[in-house]
Ligand binder design. Sequence first.
Ligand SMILES: [Zn+2]
Length: 218
Amino acid sequence: MATYLFYLGVGPFERLNAPTGKVSMSILAPAGRSGEGQRALEVARAGLEELERYYRIPYPLPKLDLIAVPEFPFGAMENWGAITFRDMQLLIAPSTPAGEMRYTVATIVHEIAHQWFGNLVTPSWWTDIWLNESFATFVEHKVVERRYPELKSVEDFLSIWTRWGFMLDSLPTTHPIVVEVGDTREVNQAIDRLSYGKGASVLRMIEGYLGSERFEAG
Ligand SMILES: [Zn+2]
């Protein structure tokens, strides 16, 4: 296990357990708010099942915790078996608008997709970190499209990620998808929306060329 995937959380968390399944799955929320995690727990369970089908490899750990962290500075982080989310990404009121719901479902599936791409298989050095984000973004949309076709994830992929790829590539500051990293202090410069958008769009092109069956078979 790569050290950047280790997580230790301390705080007055409250746990909401999924009732069934071979993987023990829970939402951990600030005290008094675990009930708001019910929808996320359902999405995570469905996403995990669909990802196991897509990868054809069982989820490798006995448990998966999804942890809502107030004021978490990023959308989410894919720590192995203990994914952290900004609380508003995970704790969803039943009245949440459809547009926001799409983003929440995509974020949950994206982070669980990393449990294979990035965690089970980790680049040996940061130069290849684009593979983590490109594959997680690509697979996230495949899985959301299959499980929640009403969310029209493919349209989101094209209008968000492919558009970002084209837009950033049109700027003088564009760079190759693969960025050489010499020192760990350079990692944040090696990963940006181009890594996600153009990287995932190139994977989609390769899938289009090979056909999804051959692509998924490896
Ligand atoms: Zn990611």
